[in-house]
Design a protein around this ligand. Structure first.
Ligand code: SF4
Ligand code: SF4
Length: 206
């Protein structure tokens, strides 16, 4: 629905995607080439086959417990050419890569692969949630993705558990040094933050 020249009132599912607030789409946001670029990338070749049935969202275990994560909507936004809304989406990083959506899609769209392609493009643009930056930094420094506090290490001893395995951060750095993601970790354009799943929303928009 056109509200004024160059601005479109968004549909219900996109409003839901933006935490219930209507977010008018400006014509300048639309990049009609985006979907054609995606179609050429390994994993996203079938993006045009999506007919927006909503099965992926209905069966997605993350969508069930999130107010905002909707794989179908991410694909819809990509079809519309809303490159930045997809790549800078704070929900993009919630997918657990469980493949349920791909198994259930009646069009054989590889939804989980499309999400992976979105994430790779997001990283290229520096849209990396702070949580992932922190985990990566910790991995490079300690060999673990999360810092293990001294108190927890001592608690293991009181329970009679063996010490944590030794890591070798230097080897990890050597293995990972040619992956562009690690170069981009220190760039400053991150805006996405990881939202927390909130309750069972099975009946929400698909
Ligand atoms: S299940 Fe397949 S066709 Fe249906 S909305 Fe999801 S990706 Fe599109
Ligand atoms: S792979 Fe991701 S989008 Fe697909 S069902 Fe699992 S969590 Fe949901």
């Amino acid at each position: 629905m056109l509200s004024k020249l160059g601005e479109i009132t968004v549909m219900t599912e996109i409003s839901t995607f933006n935490q219930g607030k209507e977010q008018p789409i400006k014509a300048s946001e639309i990049d009609p080439t985006f979907k054609y670029e995606l179609e050429k990338l390994p994993g996203a070749e079938k993006i045009f086959l999506c007919f927006q049935c909503g099965t992926c969202t209905s069966d997605c275990p993350i969508a069930r417990f999130s107010d905002s994560y909707r794989p179908r909507t991410l694909i819809h936004l990509a079809h519309l050419g809303l490159r930045d809304r997809v790549l800078n989406s704070d929900t993009l990083w919630l997918c657990s890569a469980c493949f349920t959506c791909t198994d259930r899609c009646p069009q054989n769209v590889e939804v989980d692969s499309i999400i992976r392609v979105f994430r790779n493009l997001a990283i290229e643009k520096g849209y990396i949630p702070q949580g992932l930056r922190d985990q990566t930094q910790t991995l490079l420094e300690t060999g673990y993705v999360s810092k293990v506090p001294e108190s927890r290490i001592k608690k293991r001893e009181t329970y009679g558990l063996p010490p944590l395995p030794k890591t070798n951060p230097q080897t990890i750095k050597k293995i990972l040094k040619n992956i562009p993601f690690f170069d981009r970790i220190n760039q400053t354009t991150a805006t996405a933050t990881l939202p927390q799943p909130q309750g069972d929303n099975k009946n929400d928009s698909q």
